[in-house]
Design a protein around this ligand. Sequence first.
Ligand code: FES
Ligand SMILES: [Fe+2]
Length: 395
Amino acid sequence: MIDQQNPNRQNRRVRTRKIGQSGNYWYAVELSKNLRKGKSKEVIFWKSSIAIYRGADGKVRALENRCAHRQLRLTTGVVDGNDIICQYHGWTYNGCGECIKISHELGKGKKDRLPNIKVGHYPVQEKYGLIWIFPGNPEVAGKVSIPKIPQLEQQKPWKFIPLDFTINAHFSMVLENVCDFNHAFLHRDLRPFTDPHLLGYDRKDDAITIDYETDLSQSQVVKIAGEKQGKDFDKMTLWYNYPFQASNISDKYLHWLFMVPIDEKTTRCFFIFLFGSLEIPFIRVQIPQIVRKPLIRLINKFYVVPLLKQDLWALEEEQIAHDKHSGHHHYEFNPIITEFQKMSLQKWDEYLESESERMKNEKAKGNKLFFPGAGISEKDLNFFEKQRKEEGVTA
Ligand code: FES
Ligand SMILES: [Fe+2]
């Protein structure tokens, strides 16, 4: 049955499940420890393949993952010093995507003159054990910050171990799962939250803040190592702070979720869980930060990962169900879901709009080497422009 009751709502949900995330933000794309000096790796941002590589100087660079010659992936090539060489004919690219060396002949009389050949490149930073790239307009990168985690910036940073999951579901489903506590039933054995009540939510600029009241003392891990066995904790604040998600319980238990939208059915998720207060069972004395890592490893293994796997299972089922039944009426009782979808759609449109403007400006300047942000192509931008014209929107 097609949703006749509220076509806008149906369209909003279906449309949300098709979009990517704006490239004009920083995205964690890989764990730093997974990229050694002299090695490259392919990462995907919304269907765009990106080559990241760590040069001899230890710095990471990110390029469009294609050689300008026959379009082979650069990640099949070799890292040489701070450059990367395509495996096929050996063209060499620097960290700005410029082809700086072609080892074979260039045609009669042209041997010394290297043509102006380039592929796109992306700003890169490393922070919190993660490699971050800025997939959109590189000129905006300096004005946007990587999300700040104060507990990891202080003099004695809290210990943490990032978790890396790839989920076969659209990023908007992942977001809705993490912030909608109406799914307590799914976790009825592990009980991370019990009897949740939405107290309220509020959108300000790029952030939606959500407050819940819930019993947080029912899980085994909280009963064993939580401060006062979780008895004083019954409030939780969560955020969809575009493009990432986070939560906070009394500044003592927090998490961040940094997502990379890969395609309509795949999202890579980097979780950082922070446990500020952990007690030794029975004597209820604080466990010092210095011995936290092995303990966090145990908590992750026996509690956090099994918990996330329950969500992962539900999300992958939801994606399959969405593909089969997207036209059906969909009952929704949590108002934050609509707010999330509105914000995701708005930001995606803003991305298309700003990249479309940038393309027009660059072309007007005669720039033949314009590279749209990752996740979108010139074809997408032309289609976006055409749609806007049809809708009568002028820039
Ligand atoms: S395909 Fe890369 S050098 Fe030819
Ligand atoms: Fe969950």
